[in-house]
Design a protein around this ligand. Structure first.
Ligand SMILES: [Zn+2]
Length: 165
């Protein structure tokens, strides 16, 4: 087997020197440089096994990368886990109800200013009255909370109804 590895190395060296040339040219080069006579068919076979080897190496490198990527993801997930646990320990602010969207709103946790996150129509029970639920997030402490108001106190979704004239 040692001999065939040696021949493979010769073919690899010849190919590195000459590039993409016919097997006969590689054989001629090997004969000239190393005084070893190889039939072009043997050179072809050796080239084939070199290519196989290269493909195997590529696959191995890819598998290694994939393994490293997975390990990195798992490390990240492990880092995130405690953060999620911490979040779970703080009880989420229960959804509040208000008479209208005009009622002043501050963060229930810290009294801070909020940013508007979204608004949607909800129904507490099937067939029950429609409510407009608005989601807010505190700019200071990132607490999130929702406020529900009766849909009829709201104008076109998203804007407070104009007060009666
Ligand atoms: Zn807050």
């Amino acid at each position: 087997m040692a001999e065939s590895v040696g021949l493979k190395d010769l073919v690899r060296a010849a190919k590195e020197r000459l590039g993409e040339v016919p097997a006969a040219d590689l054989a001629a080069h090997i004969a000239e440089e190393f005084n070893i006579q190889l039939k072009p068919a043997i050179v072809l076979a050796l080239l084939g096994s070199l290519q196989e080897q290269a493909a195997l190496d590529r696959n191995r490198a890819r598998a290694k990368e994939e393994g490293e990527r997975l390990a990195a993801e798992q490390a990240l997930a492990a880092k995130d886990a405690p953060r999620e646990k911490r979040k779970a320990r703080t009880a989420p602010t229960p959804t509040q109800t208000a008479g209208s969207l005009r009622e002043p709103k501050t963060c229930p946790a810290c009294g801070g200013d909020y940013s508007f996150r979204g608004r949607k129509l909800v129904c507490e029970e099937a067939g029950g009255p429609e409510l407009v639920e608005t989601k807010y997030r505190c700019r200071a402490c990132e607490n999130e909370w929702r406020v529900r108001v009766p849909a009829e106190s709201v104008g076109p979704l998203g804007t407070p109804k104009a007060p009666p004239a």
